[in-house]
Design a protein around this ligand. Structure first.
Ligand code: G6P
Length: 302
C-alpha cells in the first residue's frame, strides 16, 4: 500500500499550507491527487500515461475557495440555484460541498481508493436553509474515489432526517484535451438541451458531434447516456459513463471568458472541456427519509 499525505508539491502552487491535505493515490494501474478540501480529485492519469483529468498550471487553495480544474463536487445546488421554475441567487456558487473540508474514512484509504464524508451538522444553518426542500435538511454525504486504469467517482447522499430533501448535484469533471478546438463530444445527437450561454434557451442538437470554435459553450443536455470525448490533438478517445443523473453539462468558456477567469492563465481555456454528470433544475433529486441517492461517473481512455 502506498499512501501518503503531501503538504507541498512542486506542481501545486498558491496558498499551500498544512491546513490543506493533498493525497497521492498511486498504484500500478493509475495515479491521482485528491484534496480533502472539496473531496476533490485534482488530477488522474491511467497507467503512467497522459493525464486525463485536467489540472491547471497553478492550483490555488484557500478557505471558502473552490479548486479550479479536476473534479469539483457540486452539491446541493448548481450555479446560483433554481427552484420552482425560477433561477435563485444562492451562495456559494455551485453549493458548499466544493468549499467544505471533508473527512477521510481511514478504513477506506488504500493505494486505490478513498472515501470522504460530510454531514449536515457541519454546515451552518443559513447555508443549509438554501436546500430546495427548505430549512434544516439532514444528510450524510459520501464521495468514493477509485483510482486505477479507470477513474470512478461516486456521490451518495443519504437523508438522515424526518422529511424529504431535494437538491441539485453534479460531478463537474474537467477533461484534459490537446486543444478544445480539435475536440468533439459524441453521443448527443437528438438530445434536448438548455443553452446556459443564451439565457437557458431550450434547443435540440439535431446532428453531428458537439464541436468548439473558441466561443463559449455552456449547455445542460437532457442526456443520461455514455459520451465519447474524441481528441484529434492527443489522438485519443475518452469514454464517460455515468449513472443516477439525467443531465450532462458541457462547458468550455472559450477565449474571451476563459482568459478573464482569475485562477487560470491566458490560453488555458484551450486545454480542457468539462463534461459533468448532473441533476439540475427540473431534474433535481428528491430523497425520502432513510433513503439515499447515488450519482456516479466512470472514466477511461478507449
Ligand atoms: O467558475 P466556476 O464557478 O467553477 O463555474 C464554471 C462553470 O461551471 C458550469 O459548467 C456552469 O455550467 C458554467 O456556467 C460555469 O461557468
Amino acid at each position: 500500500m502506498s499512501r501518503r499525505t503531501v503538504a507541498t508539491l512542486p506542481s501545486i502552487l498558491g496558498q499551500m499550507s498544512n491546513a490543506y491535505v493533498i493525497r497521492n493515490i498511486v498504484n500500478e494501474d493509475g495515479s491521482a491527487l485528491v484534496s480533502d478540501h472539496g473531496a476533490h480529485v485534482i488530477n488522474w492519469a491511467p497507467d503512467g500515461g497522459t493525464p486525463v483529468i485536467w489540472q491547471p498550471k497553478a492550483v490555488y487553495l484557500g478557505e471558502g475557495t473552490a479548486i479550479r480544474g479536476g473534479i469539483p463536487v457540486i452539491f446541493p445546488w448548481f450555479g446560483k440555484g433554481y427552484e420552482q421554475g425560477h433561477a435563485t441567487d444562492k451562495r456559494p456558487k455551485h453549493g458548499f460541498a466544493r468549499v467544505s473540508d471533508w473527512h477521510v474514512d481511514p478504513d477506506t484509504l488504500t493505494d486505490r481508493h478513498v472515501r470522504y464524508t460530510l454531514d449536515s451538522d457541519e454546515i451552518d444553518a443559513d447555508t443549509l436553509a438554501q436546500f430546495i426542500s427548505g430549512p434544516d435538511p439532514r444528510f450524510h454525504a459520501e464521495v468514493d474515489i477509485a483510482v486505477g486504469r479507470e477513474l470512478s467517482v461516486v456521490l451518495t447522499v443519504e437523508n438522515t432526517g424526518d422529511a424529504p430533501i431535494t437538491y441539485e448535484a453534479a460531478l463537474h469533471t474537467y477533461f484534459r484535451v490537446g486543444d478544445v478546438r480539435c475536440t468533439r463530444i459524441a453521443g448527443l445527437v437528438d438530445t434536448r438541451y438548455l443553452d446556459s450561454a443564451d439565457g437557458f434557451a431550450e434547443r435540440e442538437q439535431t446532428s453531428g458531434p458537439l464541436t468548439f470554435d473558441g466561443g463559449m459553450v455552456d449547455r445542460i443536455y437532457y442526456s443520461d447516456g455514455t459520451l465519447l470525448i474524441e481528441d484529434d490533438a492527443l489522438h485519443r478517445t475518452i469514454k464517460v459513463e455515468k449513472s443516477g443523473s439525467s443531465q450532462t453539462v458541457v462547458w468550455n468558456p472559450g477565449e474571451e471568458a476563459g482568459n478573464a477567469i482569475g485562477d487560470m492563465m491566458d490560453g488555458e481555456w484551450r486545454d480542457f472541456v468539462c463534461v459533468e454528470a448532473a441533476a439540475n433544475r427540473d431534474r433535481a433529486i428528491t430523497v425520502e427519509p432513510s433513503d439515499a441517492h447515488t450519482l456516479s461517473q466512470t472514466i477511461r481512455v478507449n
